[in-house]
Design a protein around this ligand. Structure first.
Ligand SMILES: C[S@@+](CC[C@H](N)C(=O)[O-])C[C@H]1O[C@@H](n2cnc3c(N)ncnc32)[C@H](O)[C@@H]1O
Ligand SMILES: [Zn+2]
Length: 400
């Protein structure tokens, strides 16, 4: 293989794509300390599930439009995601693949040539915001924009919404879990305009904070949003939503904004709708101070009908997508469940109880007349409308 780059390359295969990426081992002495973000051009094999799901969702979205689509990946790295979109999604008319790093743009161009996709994919080397603003004129907007940054996607949301067609799809990854999960609350406030909370369900709060920030930004552009799916996997959260033009639609989606407050003593939670919502400051169950998180998205995190179509496409893609299938089976089941979840181990830890089997606790909650489902956020997590008190009783009664 000829190599026109001054760093060593290796060929990787993912989905139907064959791409060249920098040799990870050659860049650092210690494999355990390999940091893809420090490599010359970004490629992270761990994000395969993220890209599998992105491919499946783009296909379901394209089918829903029943038309050919124009796509943009403003933060493209090696180009693997756009190459997979071109090869695995039917009905893609064009893709603009961009990266600010000239080495990445050059490598992406090379990978596009190697996959014979020059007719579909155009590679650019711009600041993502500049590229998106250049596409904000009505005739040059995109049907779908996939934001996959280092850290937070919020610096790119305004321009992405300017460059999106009415009814278009936004996909966004956030990898800055420390701010989103409340380890660095000020950073969360800065990036997302929300106060995070370090609870056992902080991964769900992270998704809700991301969605809330997108909903508020979309409203500024007179877009209302419809959440198609969202998930938390490994070290990141991801949101997929369509945006519809109209002030009323924007107002409508802001009705799904609110706050969640949490009692760290008895696990009780309160959910308040709206920006100026009134929530009790002390726990009505035990009298401890409640801690507030938000503003965030308190609406549904997924659309179960859309999830069924995603699962169909993931199955079509073959056994290689088993991990995504398992994740989406769970997401589909919890789509209509209420916000937040309980983690059995945490409650046992707090009250010094032995840990019962999850299924037994679920049965006990069902016996008390409350619906209960598992959650993809945590294998030991339960989503239920029952009060925390009932969950604790179910755990106590569920001891074998
Ligand atoms: C996480 S990587 C993208 C990975 C890629 N989407 C994938 O699926 O493999 C983020 C990329 O964004 C690029 N980037 C960072 N800031 C940017 C900016 N302001 N404009 C354009 N690209 C940027 C980086 O050079 C990096 O390649
Ligand atoms: Zn309490």
């Amino acid at each position: 293989m000829e190599n026109r780059f001054d760093f060593p390359l290796e060929r990787v295969m993912e989905g139907n794509a064959r791409v060249y990426v920098p040799v990870g081992r050659a860049l650092v002495r210690n494999r355990l300390r390999y940091r893809p973000s420090r490599s010359t051009v970004f490629y992270n094999p761990v994000m395969k599930l993220n890209r599998d799901v992105a491919v499946a969702i783009l296909q379901v979205f394209q089918r829903s439009l029943n038309d050919r689509i124009d796509v943009c990946e403003p933060l493209g790295g090696s180009g693997i995601r756009s190459i997979r979109f071109s090869l695995e999604v039917e009905g893609v008319r064009s893709i603009v693949l961009n990266d600010i790093n000239p080495l990445a743009a050059n490598l992406a161009r090379y990978n596009i040539e190697k996959n014979n996709l020059e007719n579909i994919v155009e590679v650019t080397n711009l600041n993502a915001n500049l590229l998106l603003q250049e596409h904000s004129r009505p005739k040059s907007r995109f049907d779908a924009i996939d934001l996959d940054p280092f850290g937070s996607p919020t610096p790119f949301l305004d321009s992405a919404l300017s460059a999106l067609k009415d009814g278009g799809l936004i996909a966004a990854t956030a990898t800055d879990m420390a701010p989103l999960c409340g380890v660095h609350p000020l950073a969360c406030l800065r990036k997302y305009g929300a106060v995070p909370l370090r609870t056992e369900y902080c991964h769900e709060l992270a998704v809700r904070i991301l969605l809330g920030s997108i909903a508020v930004t979309a409203a500024r552009h007179d877009f209302g949003i419809r959440v198609l799916a969202s998930h938390s996997t490994d070290h990141y959260v991801r949101a997929y939503l369509t945006c519809y033009y109209g002030a009323k639609r924007a107002d409508q989606s802001l009705l799904s904004m609110g706050f969640i407050s949490h009692c760290f003593n008895c696990f009780h939670r309160e959910i308040g709708r709206g920006f100026a919502t009134k929530l009790p400051s002390v726990c009505p169950e035990c009298g401890e101070i409640l801690r507030l998180c938000g503003p965030l998205w308190i609406g549904a995190l997924a659309d179960s009908e859309f999830c069924a179509l995603i699962l169909e496409k993931l199955h079509e893609m073959g056994s290689d997508t088993n991990a995504s299938v398992r994740t989406f089976e769970r997401i589909s089941k919890e789509a209509d469940a209420p916000p937040t979840y309980y983690v059995i181990d945490r409650i046992c830890d707090k009250f010094n109880l032995p840990i019962p089997r999850t299924e037994v606790v679920m049965e006990k909650i069902l016996e008390r007349g409350y619906k209960v489902v598992g959650t993809h956020f945590n294998p030991k997590g339960l989503k239920t409308e029952s009060p925390a008190r009932v969950v604790k009783e179910a755990i106590t009664n569920g001891q074998i």
